[in-house]
Design a protein around this ligand. Sequence first.
Ligand code: HAM
Length: 448
Amino acid sequence: MAIQRPIGTEDLLPDDARFKEHFIHTAYRVFGRYGYAPIETPLFEQTDLFVRGIGTATDVVSKEMFTVVSGGNLTKLVAGEDLPAKSRLSLRPEGTAGVVRAIAQNGLIVPGGAPVKLMYAGPMFRAERPQKGRLREFNQVGVECLGAEDPTVDAEGIIMVMRFFEEMGIPRESMRLLINSMGDENCRPAYRDAVKKYIFAHAEDMCDECLHRAEVNPLRAFDCKKEGCKRVMAGAPLIPDWLCDDCKAHYEQVKALLDAAGIAYVEDPTLVRGLDYYTRTVFEVQVDNGMGSQNAIGGGGRYDKLMEEIGGKPAPGFGFALGLERCKLAIEAAGAQTSVPATLDVYVAAVEDDLRPEAFRFLQQLRDAGLSAEMDHQSRSLKSQLKQANKQGARLAAILGPDELAAGKLHVRDMASHDERDLDLAAVRAYLDACAAGATGTVEGLLG
Ligand code: HAM
């Protein structure tokens, strides 16, 4: 059998690849309205960045990272040698750590210049068990805003996510926006201890993994799907009762701003998210229709300590990421369009073989003038050429025939209405020449 792609990966065929382009383009257009500028960071980083940023106790770091080993280093590893930190590399499981690193390394936060608002799009890699909506290579669009603690940053970020989803065709009423506050370094440690104590007090009903994790990451037990753990955790202490006054006030302001913007949300005091860097606001958008058990189409929150944790100058942060593949499932389930049809302005057909060189020259002229154009590359009959024009979704067929050319005419057919007429070839060429300077041609312009 021919070699297959690795499990948990996808080939994006032209329709899917066009959807991806449309998704990213729409996200950048919407996020751009809120002041976000694009950034690209490497697909792999030093493993330590993710260990320190995301946290060793998370599944993402402890179980799901793909390690990258260069040829020379592989030989060393096989020989049992240790690699220096800068040679220990991993494919990025998410985008936040890399963007925060890039902000620190490039000194993007300048006095008086904060906040720095950046958006990104691209593939992320997690060695998870593949299932519907859960891949090993998947795509995210996301933003990170560094240098501002104000609740307006959190609120506008959440508003922006909801606007984007609506613009992509997911109805507001089919989405559930969950929010919570995770507290900060003043109030969270006591809360974590309380949850840890509670878990150990109910140890006989909890699964081994939760008990094992309770030492380092007790809050993850809220996400455990096992019945026993779910029953116990239903009675666990909840963070809202433990928030300090500052965190409480911050959370109240975020909610007030969302209320004022007419954004409906559900407060979920058990929403803890799977990455360790969060402080204060966290949120997730879930959809039920069309999804499997992986129903979060996006999520994020505030991370006021991450910059310090990776060795940068302290700077509060907020951001989120949206999963393209899951959004596509949600958009399809909502009955909205996910296929972006291919478009072709003009299909150039030649009535006889002798005219193919002329058709080829005309084709280039159309393209140089900014129109999308195609011709037959397989010496097909005129009938088959017109079938191809239809198949490729051409708006117009330009049919080059010897009699018309001799009379200085170009015969055209509107592929939708089947209207046919002759155009003055000199006028068409003059139009195309004029467009070539700025490549701004249109089918309407061509028709005169
Ligand atoms: P996350 O919740 O891990 O957050 O991922 C964000 C979104 O990526 C999820 O809601 C989901 O739609 C998608 N996603 C995650 N894992 C997979 C997967 N294996 N297959 C398909 N889709 C997936 C983050 O990544 C944070 N960096 C978000 C953030 C930015 N927080 C602050 N700034």
